[in-house]
Write a new protein. Structure first.
Length: 137
């Protein structure tokens, strides 16, 4: 992606005169924003998540949704009680994992809250190849 796509363009977007130009510009901006977010320092996100766990504070979550569509209306946040030490252990385990690369500090806190213990006996398969699962182990 060309990171100089703004070069020579007026900041008031007066060069955009039709819908196709506007869509192209939005795609470029979203691509640039996506790349910038992917390059954020994971350590800063982990520290924010750890700070939220330590302080027990929750930040307000803002969601951008299409009008009339509420995809999260049936969502119920899951919270499983655990010690601060266990929360820190889980956070340190998931923070570097690629599955959680794009998570914010609040999301890390929510993910840690949802973790629950699972017991297995020695030699028991917890995941079988090709089998659909509903839990991450």
């Amino acid at each position: 992606m060309n990171h100089n796509f703004l070069q020579g363009k007026p900041l008031d977007a007066s060069d955009i005169t039709d819908l196709e130009s506007a869509l192209k510009e939005i795609r470029n901006l979203r691509g640039f924003a996506s790349k910038a977010l992917q390059n954020q320092d994971q350590g800063a996100m982990a520290m924010r998540g750890a700070s939220m766990l330590k302080n027990g504070k929750k930040e307000a979550r803002a969601a951008v949704m299409a009008k009339g569509v509420d995809i999260a209306k049936d969502y119920v946040k899951k919270t499983v009680s655990k010690s601060p030490e266990m929360k820190k252990l889980i956070l340190n385990a998931i923070t570097p994992n690629i599955l959680f690369k794009g998570c914010s500090g609040e999301e890390f806190g929510d993910i840690v809250d949802a973790f629950e213990p699972v017991e297995a006996t020695n030699g028991q398969f917890v995941i079988n190849q090709g089998e659909q699962v509903s839990n991450l182990i």
